[in-house]
Write a protein that binds this ligand. Structure first.
Ligand code: 2AM
Ligand code: CA
Length: 264
């Protein structure tokens, strides 16, 4: 595949920030056993990665706006372009030394996602998509899974953490409903990567609530460009504002959505 100038900019930024995250991830293991633990160190790694991404992208595309997990929203002079950036998706995994985390970069033009990149620097897996151009994992074209029977599926989900107690009851109801129909369930803890696992056909479906725009911006486009179906938990297209997502192929998406809605 030939990468566009825009995707070259995005991949260069992600590779640079990824090198820093990889170095810091090596340190996290040593810090597990220290009394203070790796908490502050991981926050610093997160902020450093965001700074690299911000500087690289602002240099290459001056004037674009930013929605950043750590630094918040930065208005651009170019009102039609906005970057949605999560420098470290799967922070809890990173903190515990689990190599399931990623950098996520999405670009919206006039309110529509036009480019997305999700990069796991440990495995060196780079998922990319541009609107209308298909989705790729390390230059290999992606396609969602073909399974059509819920009983044969592997479905990913997100479990609300301790701080989100208000969401626990609903999750338990959804989990019970999906568990009664799906073949197997998984919870890996990095939403941006989870979405890419649907795009690459590893998962047959995925749902989660309580997410932020930067968790989903890139992954949603990557799924769509891999031929998948994505909606919010109500079946609409307002995931970036509602913070919920449900994904799968043309057969599994409607079945999973119906199960989640029946549980609510
Ligand atoms: P994060 O690692 O960038 O915070 C896991 O269910 C998903 O929820 C991850 O994509 C994670 O993104 C997000 N999330 C947001 N806040 C979280 C928190 N306090 N604890 C765990 N996951 C969180
Ligand atoms: Ca995140």
């Amino acid at each position: 595949m030939i990468r566009s100038a825009l995707m070259n900019v995005m991949t260069a930024a992600a590779l640079k920030a990824g090198r820093g995250l990889n170095r810091d991830f090596g340190e996290v293991e040593n810090l597990q056993v220290s009394i203070k633990g790796p908490g502050d160190f991981v926050s610093a790694a997160d902020r450093k990665a965001e700074k690299v991404l911000y500087e690289e992208l602002a240099k290459a595309r001056p004037g674009y706006g930013f929605v950043l997990e750590e630094s918040g929203t930065i208005e651009g002079t170019d009102k039609s372009h906005v970057w949605y950036i999560d420098p470290l998706d799967g922070t809890t995994n990173f903190l515990h030394g689990l190599p399931i985390f990623a950098i996520s970069i999405g670009l919206a033009r006039d309110g529509q996602m036009v480019a997305g990149l999700v990069y796991n620097p440990v495995t060196d897996d780079m998922y990319i998509a541009e609107k209308g151009q298909g989705a790729y994992l390390n230059n290999r074209r992606l396609r969602v899974a073909a399974r059509r029977n819920m009983s044969e599926t592997l479905i990913g989900c997100g479990i609300p953490h301790l701080g989100k107690q208000a969401d626990h009851a609903r999750f338990k109801a959804e989990f019970a409903t999906v568990m009664a129909r799906a073949g197997n369930l998984r919870r890996l803890g990095a939403a941006a990567l989870d979405l890419c696992f649907v795009a690459s056909g590893r998962y047959d479906g995925f749902w989660e609530r309580g997410l932020q725009s930067w968790d989903m911006a890139a992954g949603v486009l990557i799924i769509k460009e891999a031929g998948g179906f994505v909606s919010d938990a109500d079946g609409g297209q307002d995931f970036l504002t509602k913070g919920s997502v449900c994904a799968g192929n043309d057969a599994i998406h409607p079945q999973l959505l119906a199960l989640i809605r029946a549980a609510g």
